[in-house]
Design a protein around this ligand. Structure first.
Ligand SMILES: C[S@@+](CC[C@H](N)C(=O)[O-])C[C@H]1O[C@@H](n2cnc3c(N)ncnc32)[C@H](O)[C@@H]1O
Length: 211
C-alpha cells in the first residue's frame, strides 16, 4: 500500500510507460520479493541521470526482473549500451519479454554471473554510469571493484543505502545487510576519490561522482 507522500510524488511525476507498468505488474504476481524492484520514481530518476550525464556505457549490478535496466536504457542515446549483471537465471524469460515490450532489447546485454567475478575479469572500456542494486552485504566490495572501471567524472548510483532507516538507528544495525550498508556509507563518505550525496528517496539513494 502506498503512503500519502509516495502517492503524491507519483501523481506529480511523469507516469511510467505501459511496458514498465507491465514489468512491475508481472513482478508483483510472479516473484516472491516484488519490493526489490526500483519502481517508477527511482526509475525516472535513473533514466534522467543517465540522460543528463550523457552516459553512453552503463553498468548495472542486480537485474532482478529488468525494470531499472529498461529505465536506464530508455535514457541512453542511439548506440548507447548497458551491461546488467544477475546471479539468478530463473527470471530470464520475464526480463527479455519486458525489454522487448519497452523496445530496449538492442541496448542491453544480460550477464548471468556473480557480479564480483564479472568485475574482476572485466577488461573493456570504462563505464560512464554504474547502478549498484544487488547484495547489500557486498556493496563495499562492489564499490572497490567498480571504481577503477568508471571514467573520471562518471557516476555511481547506489540503491537502498538507508535500508529503511536502519543504518542510523543504533539498535537496528544488527543484521548483515544493514552492517554492509553502514560500512559502505561510512567508507564512501570518507573516500577522497569521490563526492557523494545521500537522498531519502524510497530506501535511500546515494549519488556518487568519481573526481
Ligand atoms: C534489489 S534486486 C535488483 C532490482 C533491480 N535493479 C530493479 O530495480 O528492478 C537485487 C538483485 O541482485 C541479484 N544479486 C544478488 N547478489 C548478486 C551478485 N553477487 N551478482 C549479481 N547479482 C546479484 C539478486 O538475485 C536480485 O535479483
Amino acid at each position: 500500500m502506498e503512503n500519502p507522500l509516495q502517492k503524491y510524488l507519483l501523481a506529480h511525476s511523469t507516469p511510467q510507460e505501459e511496458a514498465l507498468a507491465w514489468i512491475e505488474a508481472q513482478t508483483n504476481t510472479r516473484t516472491n520479493y516484488p519490493q526489490m524492484l526500483s519502481g517508477p520514481l527511482q526509475g525516472r530518476l535513473l533514466r534522467m541521470l543517465v540522460s543528463f550525464s550523457g552516459a553512453r556505457k552503463v553498468l548495472e549490478i542486480g537485474t532482478f526482473t529488468g525494470y531499472s535496466a529498461a529505465c536506464m536504457a530508455m535514457g541512453l542515446p542511439e548506440g548507447g549500451r548497458l551491461d546488467t549483471l544477475e546471479i539468478n537465471d530463473e527470471l530470464e524469460e520475464l526480463i527479455c519479454e519486458g525489454w522487448r515490450r519497452a523496445g530496449v532489447t538492442d541496448k542491453i546485454s544480460l550477464h548471468i554471473v556473480d557480479a564480483k567475478e564479472f568485475l574482476r575479469s572485466y577488461d573493456g572500456p570504462p563505464y560512464d554510469f554504474i547502478y549498484i542494486d544487488a547484495n547489500k552485504r557486498e556493496y563495499l566490495q562492489y564499490f572497490e571493484l567498480v571504481l577503477p572501471l568508471l571514467r573520471q567524472g562518471g557516476l555511481i548510483v547506489a540503491d537502498d543505502t538507508l535500508q529503511g532507516g536502519k543504518v542510523y538507528e543504533e539498535s537496528q544495525k544488527v543484521d548483515a545487510q544493514t552492517k554492509g550498508l553502514y560500512a559502505f556509507n561510512d567508507a564512501v563518505s570518507k573516500d577522497s576519490r569521490v563526492e557523494v550525496v545521500m537522498l531519502p528517496l524510497r530506501g535511500g539513494v546515494s549519488v556518487i561522482r568519481k573526481k
